[in-house]
Design a protein around this ligand. Structure first.
Ligand code: ADP
Ligand code: MG
Length: 312
């Protein structure tokens, strides 16, 4: 029986192994990623896709900064929307190619995600975005109203990463999926918007975590499985220590205990584990965290499955 699966693609599905995001690197990485996604589709699963966009937004921000004397920089929510379009098209082309000669029905939905204007993240922006800069540059951008922080390798812009409350454009994504399309949606966590008192929406300077947005999207589209594809075979307890232990099949209680004990780094594995917990606690059947080449095993090879597989 096919499952309804939301696959969340991490950075390595869209950039070279070294993290380079030239157009050719992105195209090649997406093509490689789609060979794995196509295998799930051929196996009869109903697939929806979402993806990260960190390096791509970083590229746009840099162009904004370099061209600021010619064209006013565009706001961050516009940058996210741009990456949804570009990455969506790359995925559509690559998926059609990977599924050929079978005709593929693919579509990308530009997606807004609702956040709360009073989210505490706005008072204390901590999510680093874009390139590293020298202190002089950082101070100049601070005068334009941005927040910058000194990190290990230099200065980096930091922005709010508020909680995704609702995937506002889930309805058209569901309608297309039910019409038989493979839909790419909520890229980069979605374009962050807040609701004004009169009910209208407006974009905000923020980025939404793509894994947390994926958990919300997976629930909204009633996926049975949330598959988080990244560059490691699974979550590890004691990561990077001599006591490292891969986490395979796991239940809510045990994974929550490991999370509370601090086993998952906040900017990387942390949100994936949190997304898996939210999805399964909210009624999803199964959440999987594994590397791109193993995304099918939890659905196809229950005995030999590779990765962290959370079930209630
Ligand atoms: P993606 O781009 O796929 O979202 P991230 O780089 O954000 O991926 O997160 C994956 C990374 O998380 C891995 O490459 C690994 O270095 C790091 N990581 C941190 N803590 C853990 C852990 N406990 N188990 C496994 N990987 C971890
Ligand atoms: Mg990464």
């Amino acid at each position: 029986m096919g499952e309804r699966v939301l696959i969340a693609l991490g950075g390595n599905a869209m950039t070279s192994p070294e993290g380079s995001a030239s157009p050719e690197d992105q195209r090649q990485a997406v093509e490689q990623a789609m060979t794995h996604v196509a295998a799930l589709i051929r196996a009869g699963h109903e697939v929806m896709l979402t993806h990260g966009n960190g390096p791509q937004v970083g590229n746009i921000l840099l162009k904004n900064q370099l061209a600021a004397h010619v064209l006013p920089p565009v706001p961050l929510d516009w940058c996210v929307a741009q990456t949804q379009g570009t990455i969506g098209v790359l995925i559509m082309n690559a998926l059609e190619r990977a599924l050929a000669p079978r005709p593929a029905r693919v579509a990308t939905v530009v997606t807004r995600t609702l956040v709360d204007r009073d989210d505490r993240a706005f008072a204390d922006p901590v999510k680093p975005i874009g390139q590293y800069f020298a202190e002089d540059d950082a101070r100049r951008f601070e005068k334009l109203g941005q927040s910058w922080k000194r990190l290990e390798r230099g200065w980096r812009r930091v922005v709010a990463s508020p909680e995704p409350i609702e995937i506002l454009d889930a309805a058209p994504a569901i309608a297309l999926m039910e019409a038989g399309y493979i839909v790419v949606t909520a890229g980069g966590g979605g374009v962050p918007v807040v609701r004004a008192p009169d009910g209208t929406l407006e974009g905000v300077e923020a980025v939404i975590d793509k894994d947390l947005a994926a958990a919300a999207l997976a629930r909204a589209v009633r996926a049975t499985a949330l598959v988080i594809a990244t560059d490691v075979p699974g979550a590890v307890a004691g990561y990077g220590t001599p006591a490292a232990r891969p986490i395979g099949k796991v239940g809510l209680g045990e994974l929550r205990l490991l999370q509370a004990a601090g086993h998952f780094a906040s900017g990387s594995m942390g949100p994936k584990v949190e997304a898996a917990l939210r999805f399964v606690a909210g009624g999803g059947r199964r959440a999987v965290i594994t590397s791109l080449e193993h995304i099918g095993t939890a659905l196809e090879e229950p005995a030999g499955a590779i990765g962290t597989i959370l079930e209630k």
